[in-house]
Ligand binder design. Sequence first.
Ligand code: S6P
Ligand code: ZN
Length: 188
Amino acid sequence: MNIGIQPASLTTDWASGRVDGAGVVRARRTIGDLHGLFTDEAARAALPQDRLAYATECAFPVAEGTAGGLFWGTTIIEPGLVGDEYLMTKGHFHAHADRTEFYFTYAGEGLLLLMDRARRCRAERMVAGSTHAIPPDTAHRTINIGSVPLSFGACWPSDAGHDYAAIARDGFAARVRRIAGVATVVAA
Ligand code: S6P
Ligand code: ZN
């Protein structure tokens, strides 16, 4: 009996990180969405509010909140500065705080800023091929420190959820600033 062979319902372009297929959800975060994220709020407010800061393309093969499933997605952060800070993601803890995640870089140059519940921060360099295990109870934010888009993939549990509130309220204890032309991690 011929069972047949189907093409995969999901594709990932390993050069660009672009994800495609039925059910892929695309989202955009603009400069206007990043209110309060940067030290220099006046510099952020002076930029075009509809300018793209980062985009995501994600596959959710099971419903959000399902135990045992995995989600898969790519984030592409545009290059650019707001004051002396680079464009970056909002950053979050997972709502289900012990849930972990893998990040892996396709293209560009970035930093992965990690912060534990004691607000201790560290940063890992993101370059093509770099692979990052995000521990439990660890907030994560990505920062494009290069001059081209930073593209990275993520794989995370379908019941991880997102807690943006803690970061929106308290921020990270470290920031990445461009100092004398160099990306530098400093205490916030
Ligand atoms: C999801 C995963 C990523 C981020 C994306 C945008 O757990 O960590 O897909 O959602 O990089 O970042 P943020 O902080 O705006 O969700
Ligand atoms: Zn996450």
